[in-house]
Design a protein around this ligand. Structure first.
Ligand SMILES: Nc1ncnc2c1ncn2[C@@H]1O[C@H](COP(=O)(O)OP(=O)(O)OP(=O)(O)O)[C@@H](O)[C@H]1O
Ligand SMILES: [Mg+2]
Length: 510
């Protein structure tokens, strides 16, 4: 278990940034509890963050700054009083995090103080992206370590768990569907223990296709609705500006249609020639349908990966061939989180995808608070991420003067595309050639945990920690299978083993 001191959760989202303590959301916004994740330059060249950035022209600000980490970009091109500039993305992110910390302190929660701060990150982020966030948080004065970074869908799952009374101690299978502004994160969780306090991530995948994508689809669809009303955007005086206005209207219509069945989209008569147009929920559902089709494919891929993680017997090929209804049948609950999950069509599609006995529930109300609340409470829950284990496996020799990282923490053991492609030999593997190992001599294995949880693993019946390896460039091969099985071949022999916690799970998984 991690620390149980009261923690502060910081959900640095693509569209909104939110802070929570274990007792609830800490307001950091001027209009809502959340602060818009916007940052840019005002006309004087000052950096503006949050609501203030809303008022500067689009070319002077970044709308989805978190995406720069997802995309591995280091600079962003912005208009400033001295002309176009390539601004270091990291500097802007630090400003955002600092602003969140300042506002949180003003609301009575000091994030630079003694309380641990937990940050969320998309399930798809690898070790490099997670370390980048840790470094930026530290630059912003927040005492964060890799162990304080929690996958967003896991945090959302914890928010759901924390808001209910366990009705039994039977293990539960939970799918978290977290659709935010920039990413869709899906996690398959195995929840067990007397208070349902042990949460294992069997699979977690993410794609950069969420609210922003739907906004674009609605904007395009609105153009057709306008065309049907006799307005051709390209024939207007300023088509670019008109489209930007339409994009703004699309975002508002999307939110309105979560509670209304139709909205009146107000337009400037001077600009569009008409003063309003009706946009219906049924149009939205239709524009959203192809994206939800793809989302369902990702849900199926996550469930397939979860089956691989639990595989004790049977063949990989069988799992890859499983039909959707076989994949969905053991799921007890689908937990919806993220702002986009407020769209009724999301719950409708999930209810159709899963069998009648699977409950579809919101992580909390409103669903976009879930990640921050779950982060604040994550300390009470034990977490193992079996999909991207939070430990390094190192090989050291020559009195530790030589070190190779066989497995780097948070690397997915299998990639989603490997599952899609099929193939019966799904595993993470490193060879002596890839690691440039010498021939001759011996080294030792070492396990370094980054999660704060103790990890135990064994090879040939003894501990992996300190295991002696006969070095060989050609023969060395180390494999980690998605079900926690290990296999090492060195100059002398082949050894089988496993990561202990996987097996603890499987003893009762059947
Ligand atoms: N009531 C609503 N109905 C429909 N969509 C909504 C509603 N409220 C918010 N959204 C949409 O949800 C998205 C933001 O959700 P959320 O705040 O969970 O994302 P985020 O955490 O900022 O992003 P991410 O998790 O992708 O990094 C935006 O696309 C926003 O337009
Ligand atoms: Mg989010």
């Amino acid at each position: 278990m991690s620390s149980v001191r009261p923690a502060i959760g910081l959900d640095f989202g693509t569209s909104t940034t939110l802070v929570a303590s274990p007792s609830g959301v800490v307001p950091i916004g001027e209009v809502s509890a959340w602060m818009p994740s916007l940052v840019g330059y005002d006309d004087e060249g000052q950096v503006v963050v949050g609501e203030l950035a809303q008022d500067v022209p689009d070319e002077q600000m970044v709308r989805s700054i978190k995406r720069l980490i997802t995309d591995g970009r280091s600079v962003v091109r912005l208009q400033t009083p001295t002309g176009l500039r390539d601004v270091p993305a990291d500097d802007l992110i630090v400003k955002m995090l600092q602003e969140a910390a300042t506002r949180s302190a003003a609301s009575g929660q000091d994030m630079t103080g003694p309380h641990p701060v937990r940050l969320g990150c998309p399930a798809m982020w690898d070790g490099k992206q997670r370390r980048r966030l840790v470094e930026l948080a530290r630059r912003a004065g927040l005492p964060v370590t890799l162990a304080n970074i929690v996958d967003e869908p896991v945090a959302a799952g914890i928010a759901w768990l924390a808001g209910r009374k366990p009705d039994s101690s039977a293990p539960m299978r939970v799918v978290v569907f977290d659709m935010g502004g920039g990413t869709l994160d899906i996690a398959v969780l195995d929840v067990r223990g007397s208070q349902h306090r042990d949460v294992s991530v069997l699979a977690a995948i993410g794609v950069a296709e969420a609210g922003d994508t739907l906004d674009d689809a609605i904007t395009e669809d609105m153009e057709y609705v306008l065309a049907a009303a006799g307005v051709d955007i390209d024939s207007l005086e300023r088509p670019r500006r008109a489209r930007a206005r339409l994009a703004y209207a699309a975002r508002a219509a999307k939110i309105g249609l979560s509670t209304e069945t139709e909205v009146d989209v107000k337009l400037s008569r001077r600009e569009f020639g008409i003063s309003s147009v009706v946009y219906r929920r049924s149009y939205l559902d239709q524009a959203f349908a192809p994206q939800m089709d793809r989302a369902e494919q990702y849900v199926a891929a996550a469930l397939r990966a979860a089956h691989l993680a639990e595989m004790v017997s049977g063949s990989v090929t069988d799992i890859l061939r499983m039909e959707t209804d076989e994949l969905t049948e053991k799921v007890d609950v689908v937990v919806l989180s993220g702002g986009m999950s407020q769209i009724p069509y999301v719950a409708q599609r999930m209810a159709e995808l899963f069998p009648a006995w699977t409950r579809v529930e919101m992580a909390c109300e409103p669903s976009d608070n879930a990640v921050a609340l779950g982060l604040a409470k994550a300390g009470h829950y034990g977490r193992i991420n079996m999909y991207r284990p939070a430990f390094d496996i190192l090989l050291e020799w020559d009195s530790k003067r030589e070190t190779r990282k066989i497995y780097e923490a948070y690397t997915p053991l299998i990639e989603g595309r490997q599952i899609a492609r099929g193939g019966s030999d799904l595993r993470f593997v490193r060879t002596g050639q890839e690691l440039s190992l010498p021939d001759g001599g011996s080294g030792k294995l070492r396990l370094v945990s980054h999660s704060g949880e103790k990890v135990r693993a064994s090879l040939a019946g003894t501990s992996l920690e300190g295991f002696r390896v006969a070095l060989s460039e050609q023969k060395f091969e180390f494999s980690i299978y998605p079900n926690g099985r290990l296999r090492l071949t060195d100059a002398d022999a082949t050894y089988d083993g496993h990561i202990e916690d996987w097996h603890a799970l499987q003893d009762t998984a059947q």
